[in-house]
Ligand binder design. Structure first.
Ligand code: ADP
Ligand code: ZN
Length: 609
C-alpha cells in the first residue's frame, strides 16, 4: 500500500485516498477481482490506474467511449504515465507502434475498444504481453436491459478464460441491483469482491421549480448564477433543443443543439466542442449522455420532466464530476405530467410494462411535489437511507410551506365528477370560478352546484391543486380524450370526508437567496479568491491548453486553481502542495503559474502603496 500512496502523491498530486479506493486498490494489487459501483465523480479511475502502475505489466482498460479515449490518455500522459489507446480511429502504422510498445513492456496503461477483443490478432498480442490487470469501464454496457447495451461487451466474459491469473475490475455508476447481477453473471465475476458505494453526490444542489414562464426562468437562472459556465439543458423534443439553443445564442450565450436527428458529423463536432471549450451550453435530448466525461459541467437543467428517477439521477449526475459545487435544476408543470402520461399510455408494450412505467413516473412526480429534503427522497428511492436532511437542495435551503387543501381538493374532485369526467383542467377551473364562457353555456355547466364555488382561489392556485391531485394519483388523465381528468379509486376517502390533504404552497419563483447559494459554495471551497487572480490563472491554463491542443481541464482542474489561490505558493516545492499537482505537472507547469502568482502579488503591493 505504501507504493500506492506514494504514487498518489507523486503522480496524481493528491493527499489521501477516498474511503473505498484504498480497499479496491489493495484487492487488485493482491491479484483479486473487484466489482465497483461508485457514483460519477467518485474517483473510479484511480482504482485501476494505480494498481496498473504498482503491478508488473500493462493495465488494459476496456472502454466503450472511443471519443474519450484520447482525452483520457492525454490526461495520463500529462502526469507522466505511459498510456496509449487502440481503437478504430488510428491508422495502421500507429497501431503497429503501440502494439510493439505493449509487447516490449513500454506501456503502463492501454485503453482498448471492446470490439478489438474479438480479433485474434488482439488476443495474441495480449497473450504475448505482460498484463497487470483488466479494467472493464462502464460495465453496465453488458446489460441487455439497459439503454447502453453493447453487444461487444458480452464477449468480455472470455477474458477470465484466456487470462485466468490476471485480476479484473468492473466499474459502473449505474445503481440498480438487476444490472449489478447481470454484470456479475456475464463477466464471470462471481468471486469478485464487491464495493458498493452510496449514490449520493453531495456537491450537486437539487432544485425543482414550478414551470411558469420557462424561458424567462431559465434566463434568470443562467444570468444570475451561471453566466459563463458549461452546462447541459435537456428538452423532450428535437425541435425544442434547436429552438432553445438558437434563442440562447440570441441572448448572448454560447449554446449548441444536440439530438439524434443531427447528422453524425455534426453530432460528433458538437460533442467535441462541448468537451473542449469552456463555458459551452449544450441544449440536448437524452441522446446526449454516454461519453460525456467533462469534469467541469456546472449545471444540468431540465426544461421537461424526465420519465423516471433513474433518468433524472443519471442525467443530473453529469454535473460536477470534479466534486465542485454544481446545480441540478428542473422545471415541471401539469402539462409535463399530462404529456408523459399520454406518451406512456400510447407506447407499445404489455399492460404490465405500462404499469411499471406508470409507477416509475409517479415516483418522479413524488420527488417533484415533495416538501421535505429532495436528496433524502432521491436516495431512499435507490435504497440508501440518509439520516438528516441534506442542507443542499431547494426544500432544505428554502423550506416549502403547505396548506390544508382538503376543501379545495374536494371541490376539484367534485367538478370532475359533475362534468362527467370528460374535461381538461382549463374548463374545470372556469366552472369552479364561475366563468361565463361559450363552453360553460354549451354544456350547461352554469347550472351545476359546483359552478362558481371556487372564487377564493385564482387560476394559478387551482392549477396547482389539480396538478398535485394528478401527481398524487387522486386524478388520472384520460388519453382518449385529450387531457380529460378522471377520478381514481384513491379519491373516495377524501370525497367522503374521511381524509384531509396538505398541499404544497406554490410560491412565485424567485432566485434562491444569494446567501443560501453562497453558503453551499463556501462549504465546498472555503476561500474567497480574488477574481483578478482567478482570471489570470485561468488565462494561463487556457494558453497552455491551446499550445498543446488539449482541453483546459487536462492541464489543471478548477480545484487545483482554487488551491493555488488559497495556498499562494511562492516556489516550486510549495507548488507541489497544491492538489492535483504531481511531480510531472509541477516541473512542466509550475513555473508558468508561479509567474502569474508572483506578478499578482507584485501588482497587489503596488496598489496597496
Ligand atoms: P469517476 O470515473 O468515478 O466519475 P473520476 O475518476 O473521473 O471519477 O474522478 C473524479 C474526480 O475526483 C477527478 O477530478 C479526480 O481527479 C478526483 N479524485 C479522484 N480520487 C481522488 C483523491 N483520492 N483525492 C483527490 N481527488 C481525487
Ligand atoms: Zn435537502
Amino acid at each position: 500500500m505504501n507504493r500506492a500512496l506514494e504514487l498518489l502523491h507523486s503522480v496524481f498530486g493528491f493527499q489521501s485516498f477516498r474511503a473505498p479506493q484504498e480497499d479496491i486498490i489493495t484487492t487488485l494489487v493482491a491479484g483479486g477481482d473487484a466489482l465497483v459501483l461508485m457514483p460519477t465523480g467518485g474517483g473510479k479511475s484511480l482504482c485501476y490506474q494505480i494498481p496498473a502502475l504498482v503491478r508488473k505489466g500493462c493495465g488494459v482498460v476496456i472502454s466503450p467511449l472511443i471519443a474519450l479515449m484520447q482525452d483520457q490518455v492525454q490526461a495520463l500522459q500529462q502526469l507522466g504515465v505511459r498510456a496509449a489507446f487502440l481503437n478504430s480511429t488510428l491508422d495502421a502504422s500507429t497501431v503497429r507502434q503501440i502494439e510493439t510498445a505493449l509487447a516490449r513492456g513500454e506501456l503502463d496503461l492501454l485503453y482498448l475498444a471492446p470490439e478489438r477483443l474479438k480479433q485474434q490478432r488482439t488476443r495474441e498480442l495480449l497473450q504475448n504481453s505482460n498484463i497487470a490487470l483488466f479494467a472493464i469501464d462502464e460495465a453496465h454496457c453488458v446489460s441487455q436491459w439497459g439503454h447502453d447495451f453493447r453487444a461487444d461487451y458480452l464477449e468480455l466474459g472470455i477474458l477470465h478464460q484466456l487470462f485466468p491469473d490476471v485480476p479484473r475490475i468492473a466499474l459502473t455508476a449505474t445503481a440498480d441491483v438487476r444490472t449489478r447481477n447481470e454484470i456479475i453473471t456475464r463477466l464471470d465475476l462471481g468471486s469478485a469482491r464487491q464495493f458498493i458505494a452510496g449514490f449520493d453526490r453531495p456537491n450537486i444542489c437539487y432544485r425543482i421549480t414550478l414551470k411558469e414562464n420557462p424561458r424567462q426562468q431559465l434566463l434568470r437562472f443562467l444570468k444570475t448564477e451561471y453566466p459563463h459556465a458549461a452546462g447541459i439543458i435537456y428538452c423532450l423534443s428535437r425541435q425544442k433543443t434547436e429552438e432553445t439553443s438558437t434563442w440562447l445564442q440570441g441572448e448572448g450565450f454560447n449554446a449548441l443543439p444536440y439530438h439524434a436527428g443531427l447528422d453524425a458529423r455534426k453530432r460528433a463536432d458538437h460533442q467535441a466542442r462541448f468537451q473542449r471549450e469552456e463555458g459551452l451550453i449544450m441544449v440536448a435530448t437524452i441522446a446526449f449522455g454516454m461519453g460525456i466525461d467533462k469534469p467541469d459541467v456546472r449545471f444540468v437543467a431540465h426544461l421537461d420532466m424526465p420519465k423516471t428517477i433513474e433518468s433524472y439521477y443519471q442525467e443530473t449526475g453529469r454535473a460536477g464530476r470534479d466534486g465542485a459545487p454544481a446545480t441540478a435544476w428542473l422545471l415541471y408543470g401539469l402539462q409535463d405530467v399530462i404529456k408523459l402520461r399520454q406518451m406512456m399510455a400510447e407506447s407499445e408494450g404489455s399492460d404490465e410494462h405500462k404499469r411499471a412505467e406508470q409507477h416509475r413516473l409517479n415516483a418522479m412526480l413524488g420527488l417533484c411535489e415533495i416538501t421535505s429534503c429532495r436528496r433524502q427522497s432521491l436516495l431512499r428511492y435507490f435504497g440508501d437511507d440518509m439520516a438528516q436532511p441534506c442542507g443542499n437542495c431547494d426544500t432544505c435551503l428554502e423550506p416549502v410551506s403547505t396548506w390544508d387543501g382538503t376543501e379545495a381538493a374536494r371541490m376539484a374532485l367534485s367538478v370532475v365528477f359533475r362534468t362527467g369526467q370528460r374535461f381538461g383542467v382549463s374548463h374545470l377551473i372556469e366552472v369552479l370560478r364561475g366563468a361565463e364562457t361559450d363552453k360553460v353555456f354549451q354544456f350547461d355547466h352554469h347550472h351545476l352546484a359546483v359552478y362558481g364555488v371556487g372564487n377564493a382561489l385564482d387560476n394559478n392556485q387551482w392549477r396547482s391543486v389539480f396538478r398535485q391531485l394528478v401527481a398524487r394519483n387522486f386524478l388520472s388523465v384520460d388519453i382518449d380524450r385529450f387531457g380529460a381528468l378522471k377520478l381514481e379509486e384513491k379519491c373516495r376517502a377524501l370525497l367522503r370526508g374521511e381524509e384531509t390533504i396538505a398541499l404544497r404552497r406554490d410560491e412565485k419563483t424567485k432566485p434562491l437567496k444569494k446567501t443560501s447559494t453562497r453558503k453551499t459554495l463556501v462549504s465546498e471551497a472555503p476561500f474567497d479568491s480574488d477574481p483578478l487572480l482567478w482570471e489570470a490563472l485561468r488565462e494561463c491554463r487556457l494558453q497552455l491548453a491551446e499550445e498543446q491542443k488539449v482541453p483546459p481541464y487536462v492541464i489543471f482542474h478548477n480545484s487545483s486553481l482554487e488551491d493555488m489561490c488559497r495556498l499562494m505558493p511562492q516556489n516550486l516545492s510549495a507548488c507541489g502542495e497544491v492538489s492535483g499537482v504531481g511531480e510531472r505537472k509541477k516541473e512542466k507547469y509550475g513555473p508558468a503559474f508561479l509567474d502569474v502568482l508572483k506578478s499578482f502579488l507584485g501588482h497587489r503591493e503596488t496598489v496597496a502603496d
